[in-house]
Design a protein around this ligand. Structure first.
Ligand code: XCC
Ligand code: SF4
Length: 630
């Protein structure tokens, strides 16, 4: 192994600057330019006091005009906006989960989709009280898929997975009236509550935002994660690489982007076939390289070790390399800018989902029933396109890092089993981890999640905060674009243990793990909820007492707000680096940043000074330790 060196954000930026030269040469528009055109942002929007929920408006609250035409005050308007924002995120994650359930329903022994982890399917079936004895695994898969789909619209009862939470947490949810019922109901009710002339009591609106968030994290997202594992395999430790340098100049480069693994899994499967590799060779390429952007990348990297080309704000960069034959997208976080941008290059921009139809793309509908055929057609298009490259525009930045990924909840337990050495049998539990925290070898953990956002210098917050935590013996678990920032920097290389304090370094050596653990895509934050729940059960602590914090320093999407709501509602204090459009009402702002603690034992902290944010978090972890007397 060569010597380990992190890649700095300055180096990322130099690589981007070089690609922006190409953009200028071909007259392409990029987000860096559009940010300038959009700044400064509208203050009414930014503080959440603009309401356009009926056509008497839009109304904007100012000191001189403290109420909208209907009489709604700032607190009501801000809270309604916050709830619709949350509902958007909950709907999005959960609909992704629904698609996965439909795919599960399509599995068959000889079809495109199979059950790769039957043990996990049987485990969940038993958890749900479904008879498994003597049942064909595919019959069971179809039965479970139907039950799962009913979680979206069942008339009575609450989400099945809530039972996974510690009793204390379940009691809080019941006491506060935020146990999520059918997922679609919580989303629909959000839209109902925010309709003109319904709720304007900010507390009622924020309370429902927690409930809608919980229907995502403990409902739709959790089903998305669990049933993806059933079909595509539960992630285990695997080596890969990250950053634009994973694209290979002599190969056909296919980039998958979006979120739903049903598409990307099939693309990977097909591109790996002898037939396709032969075809690639026939057009003069050496082979096919698949790499990913955003969460679909996280999905295929966790299960197949497919390299990560980059995160959210790098999606234009993959096209700007001039070496991308096709960027194939499914849903969410896809810049409409890819339409015009791809036209400046030979790149084929292929949309596949009726949910995400984008001008300037070629729409090739992809469905679970015809997945194999659809994927083949798409891969062939990419191969055919290799010969259309414009060599004078090709430049792939020579930047990549090694990463060890695949830390599902199951894999973390497996790793912990490896370090159990006490008399009491602790296998299959989180107790070795709890012991490390109790003894102080580990001070605590931070769950780093979320996007990039041009309001924060991209990746600086993710990487800077992670480094701070590692130095302070705080282990980092991560998902989404935050995970990709870590991987690009080199923090998922096992040798990054040298950046840690002595305690965490020792833990990394003993467990043979990198100090930053990739837990998957954003729906996989449900894995983090399970981990926190199991730690609480094993340790006897309440979730809110565990020295663990959530953090989304560069978040941007509605999904992120939905996540924030369920993480907080699960009892985990959450730190943000971007304001969630709520400062326009003192009442709402104070509720989110403090009052929620009376309801769910946790709340939000927002600090745009990232250094300060990190210090506050290290301090908060030490405070939690003190309170536990450890
Ligand atoms: Fe999207 Fe999930 Fe955010 Fe990345 S982290 S920008 S939501 S891809 Ni989810
Ligand atoms: Fe204005 Fe009320 Fe209509 Fe909103 S709902 S636009 S505040 S009148």
């Amino acid at each position: 192994m060569g010597e380990f060196r992190m890649t700095t954000v300055e180096e990322f930026e130099a690589a981007t600057a070089r690609l922006l030269e190409t953009a200028e040469k071909v007259g392409a528009d990029t987000w860096q330019l559009r940010v300038k055109q959009q700044t400064p942002h509208c203050k009414f929007g930014e503080t959440g006091v603009c309401c356009r929920l009926c056509s008497m408006g839009p109304c904007r609250v100012t000191p001189k005009a403290p109420r909208g035409i209907c009489g709604c005050d700032a607190a009501g308007i801000v809270a309604r906006n916050y709830l619709t924002f949350t509902a958007g995120g909950a709907a999005t994650h959960s609909d992704h989960g629904r698609e996965i359930c439909h795919t599960l329903h399509e599995t068959s022994a000889d079809g495109d989709y199979k059950v790769k982890d039957p043990a996990k399917l049987i485990r969940i079936a038993k958890e749900w009280g479904v008879e498994t004895e003597g049942k064909d695994i595919y019959d069971l898969a179809h039965e479970m898929a139907e039950l799962a789909l009913l979680e979206y619209g069942k008339p009575f009862g609450t989400q099945r997975f809530l039972k996974r939470a510690p009793e204390h947490t379940q009691e809080i949810w019941a006491r506060e009236g935020i146990e999520p019922r059918a997922i679609d109901r919580e989303v629909s009710q959000s839209m109902h509550m925010t309709h003109m002339g319904c709720s304007s009591d900010h507390k009622a609106l924020i309370r429902h935002a927690l409930r809608a968030g919980l229907s995502d994290g403990w409902g739709g997202s959790m089903m998305g994660t669990e049933f993806s594992d059933v079909m595509f395999g539960t992630p285990h430790e695997i080596d890969t690489e990250a950053n634009l340098g994973v694209m290979e100049v002599e190969n056909v480069n296919i980039v998958v982007h979006g979120h739903d693994p049903s598409l990307s899994e099939m693309i990977c499967e097909v591109a790996d076939s002898k037939e396709m590799i032969e075809k690639a060779k026939a057009v003069g390429a050496k082979g096919i390289t698949i790499s990913g952007v955003c969460c679909t990348s996280n999905e295929v990297t966790m299960r197949r070790g497919i390299p990560m080309a980059g995160n959210f704000l790098q999606q234009e960069n993959v096209v700007l390399t001039g070496a991308c034959e096709a960027i194939i997208v499914d849903v969410q976080c896809i810049f409409p800018a890819l339409g015009p941008l791809s036209k400046c290059f030979h790149t084929k921009f292929i949309t596949t989902s009726p949910i995400a139809q984008i001008p300037g793309s070629e729409f090739i509908p992809f469905s679970p029933e015809t997945a194999g055929r659809d994927a083949k057609k798409i891969v062939e298009m990419a191969i055919e396109n290799f010969k259309n490259r414009k060599p004078e525009l090709v430049h792939i930045p020579d930047q990549k890092q090694k990463a060890t990924v695949g830390f599902s909840f199951e894999e973390i337990i497996h790793k912990l089993d490896g370090v159990t050495n006490s008399f009491v049998d602790k296998t299959g539990t989180t107790l070795p981890l709890v012991d490390c925290v109790k003894s102080g070898v580990l001070r605590g953990a931070v769950a780093m999640v979320g996007c990039n956002n041009p309001k924060v210098r991209p990746d600086v917050a993710h990487i800077g905060l992670m480094k701070k935590f590692l130095e302070n013996d705080i282990i980092v678990i991560t998902t989404g674009c935050s995970a990709q920032a870590a991987a690009k920097a080199g923090l998922m290389d096992k040798r990054a243990k040298d950046l840690c304090g002595a305690g965490l370094k020792r833990v990394c050596e003993l467990a043979d793990i990198p100090p930053v653990l990739h837990m998957g895509s954003c729906v996989d934050i449900s894995r983090m909820m399970i981990l926190a729940s199991e730690i609480a059960k094993d340790s006897g602590w309440k979730i809110s007492e565990i020295p663990v914090l959530g953090c989304a320093p560069e978040w941007m999407s509605e999904k992120a707000v939905s996540i924030g709501n369920y993480v907080v509602a699960t009892g985990i204090d959450t730190y943000l680096g971007v304001e969630p459009y709520a400062t326009g009402s003192k009442e709402v702002d104070e509720l989110l940043k403090g009052g929620l603690r009376d309801w769910v034992e946790a709340c939000f902290t927002v600090e745009t000074d990232i250094d300060k944010l990190g210090d506050m978090m290290v301090e908060a972890i030490e405070k939690k330790r003190e309170a536990l007397g450890i």
